[in-house]
Write a protein of this length. Structure first.
Length: 331
């Protein structure tokens, strides 16, 4: 295989990552807007509203948004450093070959942080979908722990690299292989079990309640498939010692963020559809009452005792105590 120039690979990275970051911004902006609308429509007050805003899932989405944005900013910053600041822009190859530079090490740390948070939220979804079953998340919890250890090893080894060493022959190579093996295993395991559980729930719900679950199932499979295929491509180019692996590893941060937000937006759209249907029914009932009220006789005041029953719901709007055929998907 003909080797790709490292400068060309990084120039492609800037263009491709910027495009993917734009997609990520659209998805994350949509999710945060729908989340705000849902919290507003619930009309909570005080501590309850704060808890709804800053749930674990929301904080995870906020954290991923921050690390993905920081990674893109550093990619653009390094592009300007290579062609303007470093040696007056006369040695971009030397600049990109030095992987121990502070900006490169920090950028890699943001990539690892994005992958770790995305995998943690995937395991959290698996836990909730399987009815808070701790046994089902033992294996993915161990792989996420391995991801944290290997990711820390990658960042440390990069900071110790001398000029002339590459990620293909250095001590970092073993950490890199372990890191992406762990995230690959986590996503395959979690997405498969989530998809199976959602499919079973959609089958049990029948034609009246399974439509939204089936759409969610498609989104879970698509997002997991997108991320997994991208990791496979990275492995292929990395094992072939091609400089294109730099393009795939740098844009993997954006792909991971997009895959994460795809599920968030799908569930948030489910909230919006549910709220819209509820509003439509309420408006129809109000109009019907007004039409009947115009033709009714004046009646004496009647005392009415109203008993209010409040059902606690999770992030999907489902009751916490539910039948086995029901499930919730947090975002």
């Amino acid at each position: 295989m003909k080797q790709v120039n490292i400068v060309a690979a990084n120039m492609v990275t800037v263009a491709l990552e910027s495009l993917l970051y734009g997609v990520f911004l659209i998805l994350s902006g949509t999710y945060f807007y729908l989340h705000h609308q849902r919290v507003t429509n619930v009309a909570l007050a005080g501590p309850s509203r704060s808890q709804a805003y800053f749930s674990l899932a929301f904080l995870g989405a906020l954290g991923v948004s921050m690390t993905v944005s920081a990674h893109w900013i550093l990619t653009v910053t390094r592009f300007f450093d290579a062609f303007i600041n470093f040696e007056g822009g006369a040695a971009p190859t030397l600049f990109y070959s030095d992987l121990a530079q502070t900006t490169e090490v920090i950028k890699t740390a943001f990539l690892i942080a994005t992958i770790v948070m995305s995998d943690l939220m995937f395991v959290y979804r698996l836990w909730v979908v399987w009815g808070y079953n701790y046994y089902i998340i033992v294996l993915p919890s161990l792989t996420v722990l391995g991801l944290c250890v290997s990711g820390t090893g990658i960042v440390y080894e990069l900071s110790q690299l001398s000029i002339g060493n590459t990620v293909f022959v250095s001590q970092a190579a073993r950490w890199i292989t372990a890191d992406y093996s762990f995230t690959f295993a986590t996503n395959i395991y979690s997405s498969t079990l989530i998809a199976w559980r959602v499919w079973r729930a959609s089958q049990a719900s029948g034609p009246y309640g399974g439509g939204n679950l089936r759409r969610l199932l498609v989104t879970v499979v698509e997002s997991a498939g997108l991320y997994t295929i991208y990791v496979v491509f990275f492995f292929a180019f990395y094992e072939a010692t091609s400089n294109l692996q730099y393009t795939f590893v740098d844009t993997l941060c954006q792909i991971g963020g997009i895959a994460f937000m795809m599920i968030n937006v799908r569930v948030a759209l489910g909230w919006a559809q549910k709220a819209g249907a509820t509003t439509s029914v309420s408006a129809h009932s109000t109009a019907f009452s007004r039409r009947n009220g115009e033709n009714s006789y004046i009646m004496r005041p009647v005392a009415v005792d109203i008993t209010r029953i409040v059902h606690k719901e999770d992030d999907m709007g489902q009751p916490v105590k539910r039948l086995s055929s029901e499930l919730s998907m947090p975002v």
